[in-house]
Every structure is written in structure tokens, then in C-alpha cells.
Design a protein around this ligand. Sequence first.
Ligand SMILES: Cc1cc2nc3c(=O)[nH]c(=O)nc-3n(C[C@H](O)[C@H](O)[C@H](O)COP(=O)(O)OP(=O)(O)OC[C@H]3O[C@@H](n4cnc5c(N)ncnc54)[C@H](O)[C@@H]3O)c2cc1C
Length: 453
Amino acid sequence: MSPIEPARAKTAEVERFSGWGNHPVVPAKLQRPERRKGLRPVGASSLARGQGRSYGDAALNSLGTLVLTERLDRLLGFDPKTGDLTAEAGATLEDLIEALLPLGWFLPVTPGTRFCSLGGCLAADVHGKNHHVAGSFSAHVRSFELVRADGGTAWVTPQEDPGLFWATAGGMGLTGMVSTLTLRMKKVETSWMSVTHSPARSLDELFDLLDDPVHDAEYSVAWIDGMASGSSLGRGVLMSGEHAAPDQVPSGRAALDWSPERTKSLPFSLPSWALHPLAVRLGNSVYHWAQGRRGRFVCPIEPFFYPLDSIQHWNRMYGKRGFLQYQFVAPPETARATVRTVVQSLADGGYGSFLGVLKKFGPQGEGLLSFPMPGLTLALDVPMRHGIEAVLDRMDAVVADAGGRVYLAKDARLARAAFERMYPRLEEFRQVREACDPSSRLGSDLARRLGLA
Ligand SMILES: Cc1cc2nc3c(=O)[nH]c(=O)nc-3n(C[C@H](O)[C@H](O)[C@H](O)COP(=O)(O)OP(=O)(O)OC[C@H]3O[C@@H](n4cnc5c(N)ncnc54)[C@H](O)[C@@H]3O)c2cc1C
């Protein structure tokens, strides 16, 4: 197995790990408990790791142990009156969908992949295409059980222990290991989506589409062409959707069903020439044309929420050196200018890529380190290439000056000083963490880089 395999390359008891971006790749000791009682901190430094879908070093711990939650995936109970689902924290979003979508229940908030664990979703306080109406993941979590740094356990609710609850939501695994969690699911009538694609020829047109109440929908996100330049800079397609009503379900198809397409797999890392800027530019042009002309249509839930999940290991597309995903949010007053500067700078440097996503966030939640805040968020995949880190350092300054912040679940390189300018509730977080883990038994590479542990 290659050392950049995002899963694991085994060498005795120490294995090598990376996040979804395949950069960096670091060693760690490994524990994989079969039962909840085995989930606990071990040694001088340890960290819970779910499905490793964070992109950078949030789920890495090169100085200690990673405790994998993948075998703690049991669904423990469901109350159809309230929609409250209790499950072990290693259960994935796919596990929940498979069990509950056929019964008419869906996730209240979902990121763009269903291969994440519940613990990972709480620790990153993930957001979905409905952030503007539903907030982020933690807003739908009723309670969780936390294994603390000293090995003791606590049931945590936002009413009884708000400090610990809101430090854990978005706290990147640094307050303890979540062993079980109760999530309030959302009732749906069908497993189909009614979708509208609206093309935009430039960044300004895309901003206007995002602001236009005509396009208000429960879910919305825009694909943005990170390679377009000149008057087409930032062209894209706004993709908005609602859960389809029963009378919109295609005839002959079940209203409630979960039968995702069989996934294909990218078997090896692509060579670097496969991502030649000309090839990416051509691919983006075809995508812009094809998606922009689709108009209104009805489709199953899966391709609307999880288009990338149909190809396993698609991250190998970026080759052995891996890639970074740069995601930031900027407040409404500075959002347009900040997005333009970042898109322009990356396109000018030839760092633009196929995967760019622009979205409008709603109100801020209560997580002390939660990423979402009102404004626009932009996420761009950038292949690891010479010079990219210096460009992104400059972008961090632009984002911080604009009053925005970079998303920790995607990050592998933000400097501590920039981070401290971006997260105004950092001191509150540090105090809670100090109280629940005074000897820093929980740690990650991200935490050490940013001065969180
Ligand atoms: C294709 C793709 C699309 C994505 N789209 C979105 C999106 O739309 N919105 C969004 O917000 N994010 C998105 N993400 C990021 C992803 O949702 C988060 O990184 C999420 O945390 C991944 O969950 P995981 O189980 O893989 O966690 P990991 O990557 O394994 O861990 C992430 C963090 O959670 C902590 N953690 C994991 N389990 C526990 C536990 N049991 N107790 C305590 N801490 C724990 C880890 O220590 C680490 O700090 C996307 C990722 C991919 C690959």
C-alpha cells in the first residue's frame, strides 16, 4: 500500500495516516475499540478519529495514538414520535440514511459526503446546503456521551452543561471522545428532490443569483468555475432544491427508497499531467455548459446531496502529492470583495481547480469554534504545488482583514497568528478545554499547530 493511502499503510503497530487531502501523511499509534468501553484516551496524547474525511490534519496525531471509532457504529434507538435517533458515534451518515430514509426520515443537516461519522460531524459542527434555514449539525444534537481526558464519562446536553456542549460542537475532538449521540432527524415525504439549476456567466451574476429571493429554496449551493478568467471569472451554476412532494415522484418509482448507485473507484493516484490547467479548464467548460442547461428536474436524494460519493477515492485524482481544500467565510459587508480576491488570486496563479463551491450561510450557531457565520463561504480544491502555501498565507490575511475565518475541518496549514484573529471565542474555548483536559492528554497535529493543545 502506498504511504499516501488515506486509509492506512501498516508498519508494525505504528501506521501512517492522512486526511482526505492526502497531505500531510504522518505516523500514529492505533487503537480500534470494538465496544464503547474501549473508547478512552491512551498514553500521553490521543485523539478520536472517525472516517478521516476531514481534509488536513484535524484527525492526525503524529505524537500519539489515534482511537478509531469505525467499529462503534451501532444504532441504539429511534423514537418515531420525535425523530430522535441515538447511535454510537462511529456510525456514519450512510448508516442512518439506510435505516431511516425508507421510513420517511432524513438527516437534518448533511455535509457533501455521507461517509462521515456522527462524532466527526459534531466535532467539526458540519454545515450543509441548508445552513441558511437549519443552522449547523450541532443545532440538531439533543445530547451526547463524552469520554473525558481522565477516562470518566458525562452525558452532555445544551441545557445542563452548555459550556462543554458548545466547546465540543466544533471543538475538533479536543474536549473528549464522543461515544454516543442523539440526533433529531427530519421528516420527509419522499426520497426525491425537486431541483433547479441556474447558470451564471460571471461572479457578479452568481452573487446576484444567491441574493435573489426568487431562488430561495431550502437547499442551495453554487458550483463555481475556479479556472475561468477575464469577464467569465467566477462563472458558475446555482443549484437549489426542495424535498419533492409525493405527486412529483416519477411514475412507477417508490416515494421512499434508498438504493444508491453502485460506487465506482479511482484505483490509483493520477499522474500530475492529468491535472494540466488546460485539461481542467476544458472539463470545467463542459461541466458549466451541461449543468447550466438542466433547468428544473426531479432526482433521487443521493446525487443531489452526494455527487462525489459515487466515485470512491476520488481524492486520488490530485496525485500522490495530494491537495488542500481552502474554505473560508466572510461576512456580508466584505463577502463579495473577498471571494473575488481569492478566486482571482488562485486563477492568476494557475491554482484554480474543478471543485469550487460557493454558498450563503445563515445565522451563527453557538459552537465556540464553529465555522459558519452569516456571509458567503467559498471552498476551492487546490492541488499541492510549489508556491501554493505562500499564496494561501496571503489569502488568510485577506480573509482575516475582512472579518472572516478559515474552516478547521479542511485546514492543514493555517498559521496560529492568523487563526487567533479569526475565531473570537477562542479564549472561551481554551478555558473549557483547560478545565476538562488540564494535562493535554487529547491532542492532534492541528491542535499543536494552532496552539489549541
Ligand atoms: C467530499 C467531502 C465533502 C464534504 N462536505 C462538507 C460540507 O458540505 N460541509 C462540512 O461542514 N464539511 C464537509 N466535509 C468535511 C467533513 O464533513 C468533516 O471533516 C467531518 O468532520 C468528517 O467526519 P469524519 O468522521 O470523517 O471525521 P474525521 O475526519 O475522522 O475527524 C474530524 C474531527 O472530528 C474529531 N472526531 C471524530 N470522531 C470523534 C469522536 N467520536 N469524538 C470526538 N471527536 C471526534 C476528530 O478528532 C477530528 O478532529 C466534506 C468532506 C468531504 C471528504
